[in-house]
Design a protein around this ligand. Structure first.
Ligand code: HEC
Length: 226
């Protein structure tokens, strides 16, 4: 090794050492700064509300349901998120015109006979849906055959004491107008409860049409057998 080379080698070594120390120091300084920032900023006391990136995506400016709309009133806007009284949503049935009778009164029950079923025929698909709804909600008492002898009654041996109406095979119910059936399903009748919360208006009318169709079919087969 020449003197010059030797010198250069030594210088390089020293230089490398310096760089190493410098790098280590750099990391030390950086970690020290990070630790200081973390310690200073970590606190459970919230001093500012913070910043929101794109606030109109986080907070909708549209009127949302279930929000407090009182602030609109303060601005002179009378908006209560309810449909205007007397209006009917497109594609929805007319409201049932009779309210529930007061106990002991049967004025509306009698008057409801005049309300026609808005559904005058069921498509194959709707008939299947009506049967499904009937079997879920009514069949347990009125029976899958609509004979008033569902599994809850079982000829009086079931847990349900009251005899459910024999919807097919009893002239009383075969001649009962659809509107009156609707009244009973909507508000309940004696021991039968209201089905207004389980079935919407359209579904109730569908089931009643299904019952009426079953009654008619049973009558035709009975006449044919004679
Ligand atoms: C928990 C048993 C039970 C269920 C479920 C039930 N009913 Fe009834 N239903 C009865 C009983 C009991 C009566 C007889 C009430 C009376 O006249 O005392 C009755 C009566 C009726 C009547 C005659 C009402 C009248 O005005 O005399 C109709 C129509 C009727 N039910 C339809 C339905 C339909 C449709 C469903 C399904 C949405 C249904 N029921 C579900 C027990 C039930």
């Amino acid at each position: 090794m020449t003197r010059k080379k030797h010198y250069l080698h030594k210088r390089n070594k020293r230089f490398n050492k310096l760089i190493k120390i410098y790098m280590m120091k750099k990391y030390l300084i950086i970690s020290f700064l990070v630790a200081v920032v973390a310690l200073v900023s970590c606190s459970d006391v919230k001093r500012t509300p913070g910043k929101v990136y794109m606030p109109d995506m986080a907070y909708s400016r549209a009127i949302e349901s279930y929000t407090d709309l009182a602030y609109l009133k303060d601005q002179g806007i009378h908006f209560d998120a309810k449909p205007v009284a007397g209006t009917i949503a497109r594609g929805k049935e007319m409201p049932f015109p009779y309210a529930m009778d007061k106990p002991g009164d049967s004025t509306n029950y009698v008057a409801s006979k005049m309300v026609p079923n808005p559904i005058d025929s069921l498509s194959v698909k709707d008939a299947a849906e009506a049967e499904r709804l009937y079997l879920i909600n009514c069949g347990i008492c009125h029976g899958a055959k609509l004979d008033g002898n569902g599994p809850l009654y079982k000829d009086g041996n079931g847990p349900y004491a009251a005899k459910p109406a024999t919807l097919v095979g009893d002239i009383k119910y075969e001649s009962m107008p659809a509107g009156q059936m609707f009244y009973s399903v909507a508000y309940g009748k004696n021991l039968m409860g209201s089905y207004a919360s389980q079935l919407n208006k359209h579904q109730r009318w569908m089931i009643i049409k299904y019952i009426k169709d079953k009654q008619a079919a049973a009558k035709t087969t009975a006449t044919a057998a004679k």
